[in-house]
Design a protein around this ligand. Structure first.
Ligand SMILES: O=P(O)(O)OP(=O)(O)OP(=O)(O)OC[C@H]1O[C@@H](n2cnc3c(O)ncnc32)[C@H](O)[C@@H]1O
Ligand SMILES: [Mg+2]
Length: 197
């Protein structure tokens, strides 16, 4: 079976990539599967593209193979696009999903329902040593609830209601999320060979 190394330590992402790639018979290997632990890669970029490239290129160089990386996050209009590239560490480090959610909800207390629009973004970077890195981008539009709901998924899923739904992303089954998510939409671009940069 073919394998793809994904430069992530996020268990939520890994579970989703495993589902996507199972349909094309590709086995997903992540940084959590390696015998030698890989140090955390500093995400010093100013854009999702830069951070995705940093992760993909560093691991590709390290193992001299093609590597996929995912840099993603939540963009909230009423917060001028925050948490954005800082989504993982919005409430500080180490990453704490619950604290991140609390911070976002606190910042939005006064914001009325009609102004709680947001979108998830996922930028995938594919790096191969000696070749130009390719990028694929996907979005998922929605709104931010005032309280958490649902147990599935990860990150900001319990407060994000995808457009056209009345449940949060965390109330959807993994299969349902994987049909509409930003990550799914980025993978579709990858499958179609439509790179964004
Ligand atoms: O860098 P890696 O190791 O891949 O893992 P990470 O969790 O640090 O990942 P990012 O740097 O891309 O930060 C993305 C954050 O955005 C949020 N996020 C991304 N995709 C999400 C999704 O599908 N559902 C909910 N939250 C998501 C979540 O809080 C992530 O921690
Ligand atoms: Mg990260």
């Amino acid at each position: 079976m073919k394998q793809i190394l994904i430069a992530t330590k996020n268990r939520g992402k890994i579970a989703e990539f495993k589902q996507f790639f199972a349909t094309v018979n590709v086995e997903v290997v992540s940084l959590l599967d390696l015998e030698e632990p890989v140090p955390d890669i500093e995400e010093t970029g100013q854009t999702f593209e830069e951070n995705a490239a940093l992760k993909a290129e560093e691991i590709a160089q390290m193992f001299n193979i093609t590597v996929l990386a995912d840099d993603s996050g939540l963009i909230i209009d009423a917060l001028d696009g925050r948490p954005g590239i800082y989504s993982a560490r919005y409430a500080g480090e180490p990453t704490d999903d619950k604290a991140n959610i609390r911070k976002v909800l606190d910042e939005l207390v006064e914001v009325p329902a009609s102004e709680r629009t947001a979108r998830f973004i996922c930028v995938l970077a594919i790096a191969t040593p000696g070749e130009e890195t390719l990028f694929y981008k996907g979005y998922c539009e929605g709104t931010i609830r005032t309280t958490e709901k649902g147990e599935n998924g990860f990150g900001y899923d319990p407060i994000f209601i995808p457009q056209g739904y009345n449940q949060t992303m965390a109330e959807l089954s993994p299969e349902e999320k994987n049909k509409i998510s930003h990550r799914k939409n980025a993978i579709s671009q990858l499958e179609k060979g439509i790179h964004s940069r």
